[in-house]
Design a protein around this ligand. Structure first.
Ligand SMILES: Cc1cc2nc3c(=O)[nH]c(=O)nc-3n(C[C@H](O)[C@H](O)[C@H](O)COP(=O)(O)OP(=O)(O)OC[C@H]3O[C@@H](n4cnc5c(N)ncnc54)[C@H](O)[C@@H]3O)c2cc1C
Length: 324
């Protein structure tokens, strides 16, 4: 039977942003409810080693997220396995509907629904994700020191990732399906001048090739878009840099978005265009997209929500006193 839950703080999403918001909101005695969504633990559950989360020289992504979940629960966050399918932010208390049929009403909402890297959609890409195929140079570049690296894409992200990866790889091949890049000219100039970079124009990826034992990438099979000719490019790491899609569907018609769908927040805060609604993590960040920055924003969102609720309580108290 469906239930209605009321909370001072409803946290939507169970990545680093959501769980950190849970830790802080629970420790502020706000008894938060956190709804996990379709991917409990978020993006890090899809990776293997994480080497850049402070306090852990190396930890498996899923293990780190179980620790974060346990931490949030231990502090007093109620964690619910449900998916929010509908969110009414037009009046307070805000109302969310879960896929389970449950209703959540809340004095404030922290949106932490993250983002998704866009992928090419090849079965071989899926097979080697976390074993040579990545969508995050900051996260995984370090694993390809003195190796051959392929970057796929033609926008700012692809060129920035390719340039960043020159710090590690012995050679970086950027593969783009057109004969010119969309990236800013200044980035293009840096790319073209770099001695470690080669650009393969007018090519798409047919297949990422590799070995099963041990699981790893050995190269890509690229196809010329006009002639159909196949080129085999040796690679130990393949970085797909064709963009990210923030998970902002729930709020796209009611909150201000920018940069292709990211929720806009007031600079230096997590406040969105609706008072009482806060956004944290990759959902609002098209620049850093890291676990630690998401966790940091989760902390900010809980503190912002706590302040909002305290101010709301002050107003209610004043009104009650005036009427009395
Ligand atoms: C393969 C891979 C490797 C990475 N490696 C690293 C690394 O080594 N170091 C690093 O710092 N970062 C890494 N990152 C990036 C890092 O994972 C993200 O920056 C971080 O997870 C973002 O956290 P988040 O809390 O904003 O959202 P996410 O982790 O994206 O989580 C979003 C959450 O929202 C939930 N959700 C979405 N929609 C709904 C809904 N309708 N209702 C309820 N819940 C919903 C999902 O279930 C999920 O739990 C990696 C990313 C990937 C994909």
């Amino acid at each position: 039977m469906s239930e209605t839950h009321h909370t001072k703080v409803l946290i939507i999403g169970s990545g680093p942003a959501g769980y950190t918001a849970g830790v802080y909101a629970a420790r502020a005695m706000l008894s938060p409810i956190l709804v996990q969504g379709m991917e409990p633990g978020g993006q890090l559950t899809t990776t293997t080693e994480v080497e850049n989360y402070p306090g852990f020289t190396e930890v498996q992504g899923p293990e780190l997220m179980v620790k974060m979940q346990d931490h949030a629960a231990a502090m007093g966050t109620t964690i619910i396995q449900d998916i929010i399918t509908d969110l009414d932010l037009t009046k307070r208390p805000f109302t969310a509907r879960g896929d389970s049929g449950d209703i959540y009403t809340a004095d404030s909402v922290i949106l932490a629904t993250g983002a998704r890297a866009k992928w090419l959609g090849l079965p071989s890409e899926d097979k080697f994700k976390g074993f040579g195929v990545s969508a995050c140079a900051t996260c995984d570049g370090f694993f390809y020191r003195e190796k051959n690296i392929v970057v796929v894409g033609g926008g700012n992200t692809a060129v920035e990732e390719a340039l960043f990866l020159t710090n590690f790889g012995q050679k970086v091949t950027l593969i783009h399906r057109r004969d010119e890049l969309r990236a800013e000219k200044i980035l293009q100039n840096r790319l073209f001048k770099h001695p470690k970079v080669e650009v393969l124009w007018d090519h798409t990826i047919d297949e990422i090739v590799g070995t099963d034992m041990p699981m790893g990438v050995t190269g890509v099979r690229a196809r010329h878009v006009k002639t159909g000719a196949i080129t085999e490019v040796p690679a130990d790491g393949v970085f797909i840099a064709i963009g990210h899609a923030p998970a902002s569907e729930l709020v796209k018609d009611v909150l201000e978005l920018h940069n292709g769908g990211y929720v806009k927040v007031e600079p230096g805060t997590t406040r969105t265009s609706i008072p009482g609604v806060f956004a944290a993590g990759d959902l609002t960040d098209h620049v850093y997209r890291q676990a630690v920055t998401s966790a940091g924003m989760g902390c900010m969102a809980a503190l912002d929500a706590e302040k909002f609720i305290a101010e709301m309580d002050d107003v209610t108290e004043t009104v009650v006193t005036e009427i009395a």
